[in-house]
Structure formats: structure tokens, C-alpha cells
Write a protein that binds this ligand. Structure first.
Ligand code: HEM
Length: 510
């Protein structure tokens, strides 16, 4: 027998009452999430653009062209200050920061409270696998410890610097030919080939030979560049799965992934076949000789991930820094371009005295370093970055950050912020690096990151950049094909110059 209470409930469960209940529930959800994304809470204490009901700020994110993402985020900081936040369905709350003290807190002082986290690991998996860039905790620590062995002064002095000089000579030979034939050269393409060949030689014992065919497309590089853009989209957009399905991008992803994976497996296979006979172990040999706590060697898949992560680190970043540096030093937009070039050549002539650069002489070329770092300040190769908070935290300005919040910062924006760099922040002026009594802290100049995960290859990149730039300035003069052009960037995890850097080359008249 049914109780009277149950009978009354059954009577009340009419279709009309059910729709009323549903209506009330929807109204409650809409009220609760009237300005934030589903699953997030409204935070009165955090400034930021008002969101749509349930969608939060998804619409603004989708509608901003990715080529304008830096400018958009900068305008948000101008409007809301050094900390602003927005919410996105299925991703949660994102807090953007543009402040030296807070960035230092997040990346250094309270390092263990912020990780790359599962969202980034999943979205980047097709490109980075389980390599150092997306790893956290113990898995990150052993990779960093092992790799740091190749970045020592002895290796730079005895070997690495000589590889840079050797590869730069191949570039010079090609530029001589181009100068004599009066042909236009895309410098960015040559820089990519130079950094890939140099990195291959130093880390895997073989140049990839890209500079031997400067006009030929490198299949690995083209596949990598396409994947880079697709993967970046995944980090930024919450709707990437739908987008990729609609645009049929999955096929492209699998195709490009197969190319870069095969490339890495080939490097490993060749080393196994040929063996290793040198005294000084390169990066690949360190990885292949490594055993874990149980004495087990790395799996081929892990070796492949390590190889790929390092190729990515070693190729793009430095080539892009050189591209923006050469553009900045020659563009009409740079007030004192001619004077900057003259100072650079004066330093090169007096330090090198017609000799090839060495580890020691690259260390003496402080103006060349200033030209490179000034380009990295305005056009950082990793223009934006993200970490996930894994323990509730409070920032130096009192902002409360809950576990699960994403924290974003942009070296591109910080490099253009007058509060950090003064009124002429947007001007390319290498002198600021030589005039200043002290170097900026990593948090003031975060192009190479900050804290325990600071770039392992900063010295490598600096020596490589100065070696090539000094040899090129010593031998040639450059003229931009369009000196008025203000190039944009290709959206991605790094910052390639859109359209490359077409130049005409002349042999230098001394
Ligand atoms: C101008 C050139 C370069 C710039 C601007 C640069 C910048 C950076 C940045 C911003 C990070 C942090 C990335 C992140 O964790 O999200 C990083 C990490 C790293 N970089 Fe570089 N990099 C450059 C060149 C290089 C080179 C040439 C190498 C290798 C030879 C290298 C090796 C690494 C490695 C291994 C890490 C990972 C460190 C870790 O997670 O512990 N970098 N770099």
C-alpha cells in the first residue's frame, strides 16, 4: 500500500509541474552563472570583462583574431590593471598578470604551487608528448637534471662554439652567392636552418644538412610549424575539439605528427646503428645511457619525446630572436638604425680582429648581446605562457588564488610595459642594456622564464646568436626589401615573423 505522502507526490508530478520545476532550475542556473562560465563562481574582488551567462568570456576569446591576441590582452591590462580575470566553460577561471613581483612569486618563490597541469599536458600531447616542456614534478626533475649536463662551459669552449662557427661559414658562403646574384633572401628561413643544423650537430652528433639546400623546404620543419599553430589554438580556445572536427583538422594533425615522430625515431635508430665513439657524451647519448631508479633504460617513446622537445627548444626560439633582431636593426621604425649597425660593426671589428668568434670573444661582445636581448624584450620567442595553481595561494598584492585556477602572463606585454621599462618601452634601443648599472631580474625580463624552470639553453642561444650575427655583420650589409613594413607574428606557442624577413644582401665594403 502506498502511503498518503507518496500518493500526494505522484499527483503533483504532472507534466505541468515538472516543466515548472525545470524552469525554476534553469532560472536558478542562469542566475547563479549570470556573468561567469558554467562551473565557476563570480569573484567580486577580481577585475575583468563582464562575461555572458553560462559562457563567461568564451565569446570574446573566440572572436579575437589569434594574430591580435597580444594586443587584446594588453588592452585588457590597460583597462583593468596588472591583474584581471575571466572565465571559460570547461577550463575555469583564468587570471592574467602583468606584474614583476607577482610573476616572481608564481614562478620562483611559490614554485611548487603552480604546475603545467593536465589541461596543458593533454592539449600539447600531440606536439610535446611527455617531454620536459610539459612535464611536472619528479618526471620533470630527472629530465632537467640529465639535460643540464650538456650546457657546461667546457662543452661550449671545446665543441659547441666551434659548431656554431662552422655552420655560420656555410651561411656566409650562401650569402656571398646571393649577394653576387642580387637575389632576395628570406633571413628567417636561413636562421631556422642554421639553428636546426647546429642543434643537430651539437646534440645528436649529426647536422641535418638543411643549410646545404637553403631553398628546399624541410619536411620536419613545415609539419612542426603547422602543428604548432593547431596546438596553440587548443590552449587558447575551449571549443577546439568542435573546431577541429568541423574543419577536418584531425587528419592534418595525425599526418604532421607522423612526420615529426618519424624524424625523431630516425635520429635514435641511426645512433643505435652507428654507435657512439666520442669521449664527450652529447644529449642523445646521455638520454640513451640513462637508467631510472630500477635500472631500466628509457623507452623508445620517451627517447623520442626528449629528442623532439629539445629540437623544438633549440630551433625556433633562437631563429626567431635573430629574425626580430635583424629586422629591428634595419627597419625604418627604429629611430637610430644606422647608428646601431655602426656600433655593432665597431664592436665586432675591435673584438674579433678579423678572426672567427670563439666562446671567449662572444662573451666580450656586449653590444651584440644587447641587440639580441632588446629584440627578445619586444619580441620574446615564447610570447605568452600559462600555469595551473595546484594549491590555494595568496599573492603579494593580496589576490586569493584557488586551486584549479589558470595563471597567464605575457613576456610580450611585460616587455612593452612602461612601469617596467620606462616611457620609451616600445622603442628598440639596445643602449638601455649597456647603460644600466644592473641587469634586469628574470621576472622583469621573463623571455627566458623565471625560477627553477628557467631556460636551460639561455647561454647556448646567446652564444649561438652572437656568433652568427657577428659573422654576418662582419661580412655583409643588409637592406630590407620593404623597410616601411611592420611585420606581424604567426600565432603559436612561439613567435615567428609573419611573411618571413626578405632582405637584399651586399658584401661589406670596409
Ligand atoms: C632565444 C632563445 C630562447 C628563448 C627565448 C628561450 C625561452 C625559454 C622559455 C620561455 C622557457 C620556459 C618554457 C616553459 O616552461 O613554458 C624555456 C625552457 C627551456 N629551454 Fe629555452 N629558450 C631559448 C633557447 C633555448 C635553446 C637553444 C635550448 C636548448 C639548446 C633551450 C632549452 C630549453 C629547455 C630544455 C627548457 C625547459 C626547461 C624546464 O622546463 O626545466 N632553450 N626556454
Amino acid at each position: 500500500m502506498q502511503s498518503t505522502v507518496t500518493q500526494t507526490l505522484i499527483k503533483l508530478l504532472t507534466r505541468k509541474n515538472l516543466s515548472r520545476l525545470l524552469g525554476l532550475y534553469i532560472a536558478w542556473i542562469l542566475l547563479k552563472y549570470r556573468r561567469t562560465a558554467l562551473g565557476t563562481t563570480h569573484r567580486k574582488d577580481l577585475p575583468g570583462p563582464r562575461g555572458w551567462p553560462l559562457l563567461g568570456n568564451l565569446v570574446s576569446i573566440i572572436t579575437v583574431p589569434l594574430t591580435q591576441i597580444g594586443e587584446y590582452n594588453m588592452s585588457m591590462h590597460e583597462k583593468y590593471g596588472k591583474v584581471y580575470s575571466f572565465t571559460v566553460p570547461f577550463k575555469g577561471r583564468m587570471i592574467h598578470i602583468n606584474d614583476v613581483e607577482i610573476l616572481d612569486h608564481v614562478l620562483r618563490t611559490n614554485f611548487w604551487a603552480y604546475e603545467k597541469g593536465p589541461m596543458l599536458q593533454q592539449t600539447l600531447a600531440d606536439l610535446l608528448g611527455r617531454g620536459i616542456f610539459s612535464a611536472d614534478g619528479a618526471h620533470w626533475k630527472w629530465q632537467r637534471k640529465m639535460a643540464s649536463n650538456i650546457f657546461n662551459v667546457r662543452a661550449f669552449r671545446d665543441y659547441t662554439s666551434n659548431v656554431f662557427t662552422h655552420e655560420a661559414k656555410i651561411v656566409i658562403e650562401y650569402f656571398n652567392k646571393m649577394a653576387d646574384e642580387g637575389k632576395v633572401v628570406d633571413m628567417q628561413e636561413i636562421f631556422y636552418k642554421f639553428t636546426l643544423d647546429s642543434f643537430g650537430e651539437v646534440s645528436f652528433g649529426q647536422s641535418f644538412g638543411c643549410l646545404l639546400h637553403p631553398e628546399r623546404e624541410v619536411e620536419f620543419a613545415a609539419a612542426f610549424d603547422r602543428l604548432n599553430t593547431i596546438v596553440f589554438d587548443r590552449v587558447i580556445r575551449a571549443d577546439w575539439k568542435i573546431r577541429e572536427a568541423v574543419l577536418g583538422l584531425q587528419k592534418q594533425v595525425q599526418h604532421d605528427k607522423a612526420i615529426i615522430t618519424d624524424f625523431a625515431y630516425n635520429v635514435i635508430r641511426e645512433r643505435r646503428q652507428q654507435g657512439y665513439h666520442k669521449q664527450h657524451r652529447d644529449l642523445l647519448q646521455l638520454c640513451m645511457d640513462y637508467t631510472d631508479d630500477q635500472g631500466q633504460p628509457l623507452s623508445d617513446e620517451m627517447l623520442k619525446d626528449m629528442v623532439l622537445n629539445f629540437i623544438i627548444a633549440g630551433r625556433d626560439t633562437t631563429a626567431q630572436a635573430l629574425t626580430w633582431m635583424f629586422w629591428s636593426m634595419h627597419a625604418r621604425a627604429t629611430k637610430d638604425a644606422a647608428e646601431i649597425q655602426a656600433k655593432m660593426r665597431h664592436e665586432i671589428d675591435s673584438v674579433l680582429q678579423n678572426e672567427d668568434p670563439t666562446y671567449e670573444t662572444t662573451k666580450k661582445m656586449k653590444y651584440a648581446e644587447a641587440c639580441m636581448y632588446e629584440a627578445l624584450r619586444l619580441y620574446p620567442s615564447v610570447p605568452r605562457n600559462i600555469k595551473e595553481c595546484v594549491q590555494d595561494d595568496v599573492w603579494p598584492d593580496g589576490t586569493k588564488v584557488e586551486k584549479g585556477t589558470f595563471v597567464l602572463w605575457s613576456p610580450w606585454i611585460m616587455g612593452r610595459t612602461t612601469a617596467i621599462w620606462g616611457q620609451d618601452a616600445t622603442e628598440y634601443r639596445p643602449e638601455r642594456w649597456v647603460e644600466s648599472a644592473s641587469k634586469p631580474s628574470p621576472a622583469q625580463f621573463p623571455a627566458f622564464h623565471v625560477g627553477p624552470r628557467i631556460c636551460l639553453g639561455q647561454q647556448f642561444a646567446t652564444i649561438e646568436g652572437i656568433t652568427l650575427a657577428s659573422m654576418l655583420f662582419a661580412h655583409f650589409e643588409f637592406e630590407l626589401v620593404d623597410p616601411e613594413r611592420k611585420p606581424g607574428y604567426v600565432p603559436g606557442l612561439t613567435m615567428p615573423m609573419d611573411g618571413g624577413l626578405p632582405v637584399r644582401i651586399k658584401r661589406r665594403q670596409k
